[in-house]
Design a protein around this ligand. Structure first.
Ligand SMILES: Nc1nc2c(ncn2[C@@H]2O[C@H](COP(=O)(O)OP(=O)(O)OP(=O)(O)O)[C@@H](O)[C@H]2O)c(=O)[nH]1
Ligand SMILES: [Mg+2]
Length: 397
């Protein structure tokens, strides 16, 4: 009997957000080849999920545990009371076996970016209902249970992932390590993650709710989660079957908290932290992507008349002013140059106006002096004439 998901028992406000925003939830698995990624998906399905048949799409069959060769989507339905969430699990091919591993993990990074891009494009369309949303809300990164350390390749990929998605590192096939080895391995990985500044997903501590805070603390302390996957059921007591792996020395059970952290991880993903994963993807990772995209689009704007082409539902191309015309100019060196040039031009204009004004002032002063001189001459002439008149009058008498 699957455990209740718990979404329907969320407080009203949160319930509304999930039902509006979270009608789909997407998890991705990534990591080296053969670490049990596909097996984990199947284990999760058998433990709590129903396969989902989209009427408009060909149904994706459950993948079986042989080497995954391309990125695949497994769909499921999370159902509780009247509440439904469409769940997508992205299975990816493992990497690490090739000489040039870049080719095997860049498609994973591209996939994540492409989903953000596609969502962004849909948001700009005039008709925005029924958006297809495959943005990855949580990426489980599978670590090989070497008991030693993280490989440089792991560090490189985890760094790239952590700037794009909620990254959750997991120790794969943890049944191959003894409890003591596992403890040491966990703390070593935590140290490396901290030293390398890899931003992994951390469940938020809700301090106003003691029980939730306690649960979050437990989750944080268990990171990176040690997991065991199995597609087999084993008999743990007469007639009692459970998912696990059987060894000559005993049985390891997937859902036994003494044996591994599978239940904790499942709870984080499907129960306690689903909402936070959805919201933080939207508010942090998607927004970061959008801001970066808008920043780089500004350069293009100058050549595309600030118009962007959109395709409406009928496939017709329409043009409208670009959304990317945002006041982010100061950060762009190109606009800084433009601004400097404008300032220079303005200063030169003011200078030349100033000179013109000064010249005009000088001309006026000269003209005034000239007029004053003329006036003085006229006055002198007038005086002379007056004196002549006086003299003539005197001589008449
Ligand atoms: N001991 C142990 N073996 C496991 C576990 N999970 C999976 N395996 C086994 O590991 C092998 C590889 O498992 P897959 O699930 O195909 O691994 P994958 O990560 O999907 O591999 P790629 O598709 O090549 O990337 C299978 O034989 C599984 O039975 C586990 O938790 N413990
Ligand atoms: Mg696989």
């Amino acid at each position: 009997m699957p455990e209740p998901v718990g979404v329907s028992s969320l407080p009203d406000q949160r319930y509304k957000i999930v039902s509006n925003e979270g009608s789909t939830f997407t998890i991705m698995v990534a990591g080296e080849s053969g670490l049990g990624k596909t097996t984990f998906i199947n284990t999760l399905f058998h433990s709590s999920l129903k396969p989902y048949q989209d009427p408009n799409e060909r149904h994706n069959k459950f993948t079986s545990a042989h080497q995954t060769v391309e990125i695949g989507i497994v769909r499921a339905l999370l159902e509780e009371k009247n509440f439904k969430i469409r769940l997508n699990i992205i299975d990816t091919p493992g990497f690490g076996n090739n000489v040039n591993n870049v080719d095997s993990w860049t498609p994973i990074i591209d996939f994540i970016d492409d989903q953000h891009e596609s969502y962004m494009k849909q948001e700009r369309q005039p008709i925005r209902e029924n958006k297809k949303d495959l943005r990855v809300h949580a990426c489980l990164y599978f670590i090989r249970p070497t008991g030693h350390s993280l490989k440089p390749l792991d560090i490189e990929i985890m760094k790239k992932l952590s700037t794009r998605v909620n990254l959750i590192p997991v120790i794969a096939k943890s049944d191959t390590l003894s409890p003591k080895e596992l403890d040491t391995f966990k703390s070593r990985i935590r140290e490396i993650i901290e030293a390398q500044d890899i931003d992994i997903y951390t469940p938020p501590l809700e301090l106003d709710d003691a029980a939730s805070a306690d649960h979050a603390k437990q989750l944080i302390e268990s990171m990176p989660f040690a997991i065991i996957g199995s597609e087999e059921e084993v008999e743990v007591a007469p007639g009692k079957l459970t998912r696990g792996r059987k060894y000559p020395w005993g049985i390891v059970e997937v859902e036994n908290e003494q044996h591994c952290d599978f239940k904790k991880l499942r709870s984080l993903l499907l129960r306690t932290n689903m909402l936070d994963l959805i919201l933080s993807t939207n508010e942090i990772h998607y927004e970061t992507f959008r801001a970066l995209k808008l920043g780089s689009n500004e350069d293009e704007d100058t050549t595309t008349e600030n118009k962007e082409e959109l395709t409406n539902e009928k496939g017709e191309i329409i043009k409208r002013p670009s959304l990317s015309k945002k006041p982010r100019r100061l950060h762009n060196p190109k606009f800084k140059e433009e601004e400097d040039a404008l300032k220079k031009f303005f200063t030169e204009q003011v200078k030349s106006e100033d000179q013109r004004f000064k010249q005009w002032e000088t001309n006026i002063i000269n003209e005034r002096n000239r007029l004053n001189q003329d006036l003085e001459e006229m006055q002198a002439k007038l005086k002379a004439l007056e004196e002549q008149v006086k003299k003539l009058q005197l001589s008449k008498r």
